[in-house]
Design a protein around this ligand. Structure first.
Ligand SMILES: Nc1ncnc2c1ncn2[C@@H]1O[C@H](COP(=O)(O)OP(=O)(O)OP(=O)(O)O)[C@@H](O)[C@H]1O
Ligand SMILES: [Mg+2]
Length: 476
């Protein structure tokens, strides 16, 4: 993992400070505390922070003024407002002023932790630079010098600063999110917020409310007004990931925003102007979806003023060696391995793979290989073992643990492998984590609580097993 995320907590109630500091530290965050609004603002201004959590009523400077000034000074820094009962209106005001989100006291801790996690991720999406076509020390780089990738880098340079919508297409794991971030970071909106929304992970009504907000009573459960992302991210960039999964009802509303640059909150009459650049991504065949009337053709044309089509890894195998080197370096730093090396034939072998999961799958394999080699030069055996382990989960998805035990033991008896124990533990662990996240509807905080592990462990394991939880609810 990269360095611990830094969070500034501005709160004057010593009891809350003690408990939140502990909870956040347990999640692996570095926590700074200020007990006054004015000193909090000063500290937030000159610190490299990942998120700020602030109380509403504070000595020196109130929460709302603090948010106004801080958001002006650092528009990409997520600010979460926590406030006592009965002040929903001010919480809404805070969102309008640019707060990332708010929560009412008393805080529901799992929800609070989930929200802080989202804010930190969002902050890193904005601030961790994505290097294009070179990869000095960056944790995030678009690597690969194949012809196709070079023309993509050129395209990024050409369109990043133009006020046009861009549609990014490509199979899973080809780097669509990285491209979206690169486009944002090289745009003239790079100082304003970048908000990523996964359209596939949020049910229809909640997605509409997330995007456009709602008035009180707009639907059952809408107890208060909520400000949507299009209102909040005015002058910024919205990244609509998995746009192909957006329902027709929401597509109409999105169409209207793109066409008229204004919208209404759900259940509202007021027309609200907005100036937002939309980047969208999908791995779906949108042309087929249009034919089946699942995707609006007019919306498709609005979104695809510029299309960036990412090739699957199997069509640019010449990039594999460079990617392998890049991931080795990246994970060696993370796992504390000095100077990792790999045999040329092992790299060549990786180059012959088909990579249905594309760069993400290659990345997972390289990470595993690095662990298996335990500091020695990586050879074919390590690579084969890592590939087998990655393959196990997909076979395993429909197999009971008992069946896997039998199968692996049979293979061991035939002399085909000698690490059945390690493989089974991995398989069992994978089953535990993927089931928990499934039953928790993608809510990582909840799943972690059930399993009695920290959120950090949860994230690590999900990453290790290549599990990408679909979030059933927006968690906000
Ligand atoms: N060209 C590249 N160079 C280096 N890393 C890459 C490249 N492309 C993708 N990656 C890495 O592969 C992983 C998957 O990339 P990303 O999430 O951008 O893919 P995606 O197309 O959005 O996938 P999905 O369709 O599953 O959402 C990330 O860890 C990303 O950093
Ligand atoms: Mg993606």
């Amino acid at each position: 993992m990269s360095s611990a995320a830094k969070i500034l907590l501005i709160e004057d109630d010593p009891g809350i400070v003690v408990s939140l500091r502990r909870v956040l530290a347990e999640e692996g965050y570095e926590v700074l505390v200020e007990t006054r609004g004015d000193t909090g603002l000063a500290r937030a201004r000159d610190r490299s922070l990942d998120a700020v959590i602030t109380d509403m009523r504070l000595p020196g400077l109130g929460g709302l003024d603090l948010i106004r000034e801080l958001h002006d000074a650092k528009p990409r820094l997520p600010i979460i407002l926590i406030t006592g009962h009965g002040t929903t209106e001010t919480a809404i005001e805070a969102t309008k002023l640019g707060a990332y989100d708010y929560m009412l006291k008393p805080l529901e801790l799992p929800e609070f932790i989930g929200l802080v996690g989202k804010a930190v991720t969002s902050s890193r999406l904005m601030t961790e630079p994505v290097e294009v076509g070179e990869h000095g020390a960056a944790r995030n780089a678009l690597v690969g010098n194949s012809r196709v990738m070079q023309s993509i880098y050129k395209e990024i340079g050409r369109v990043a600063s133009k006020p046009v919508n861009v549609l990014i297409r490509g199979e899973t794991g080809t780097g669509k999110e990285l491209i979206a971030r690169a486009l944002y970071q090289h745009s003239d909106r790079a100082k304003a917020p970048f908000i990523a929304i996964n359209c596939a992970a949020i049910p229809e009504t909640l997605l509409e409310s997330e995007l456009f907000g709602h008035e009180r009573g707009a639907y059952t459960g809408a107890e208060n007004r909520r400000i949507g992302r299009f209102e909040q991210a005015d002058h910024g960039t919205i990244f609509l990931d998995e746009i192909g999964d957006m329902t027709p009802g929401t597509q109409i509303k999105l169409m209207r925003v793109l066409q008229e640059r204004c919208f209404q909150r759900l259940g509202g009459k007021e027309t609200i102007p907005t100036d937002v650049r939309v980047l969208a991504a999908t791995n779906r065949d949108l042309e087929a979806a249009i034919q089946h009337k699942q995707f609006r053709e007019d919306l498709y044309y609005r979104l695809s003023v510029v299309v960036i089509q990412l090739p699957p890894l199997r069509q640019r195998k010449e990039d594999v060696p460079e990617l392998v080197k890049y991931f080795l370096r990246k994970y060696a730093a993370e796992l504390g391995v000095a100077d990792p090396s790999i045999h040329a034939e092992a790299v060549a072998f990786l180059q012959t793979e088909n990579w249905p999961g594309n760069v993400r799958e290659l990345e997972n394999v390289v990470r595993k290989v690095l662990l298996l080699a335990q500091g020695y030069t990586i050879n074919m055996d390590h690579v084969r073992a890592a590939l087998a382990r990655v393959a196990t989960p997909s076979n395993a998805a429909h197999q009971s643990l008992r069946e896997q035990v039998d199968e692996l033991l049979a293979a061991a008896q035939r002399g085909e492998l000698n690490d059945a124990h390690a493989r089974l533990l991995t398989a069992a662990e994978r089953e535990i984590f993927s089931r928990a996240i499934e039953l928790a509807h993608g809510n990582q905080a909840k799943a972690a609580r059930w399993l009695g592990v920290s959120r950090l462990t949860m994230r690590e394991k999900l990453h290790q097993f290549g599990i990408h939880p679909a979030q059933d609810h927006p968690e906000t």
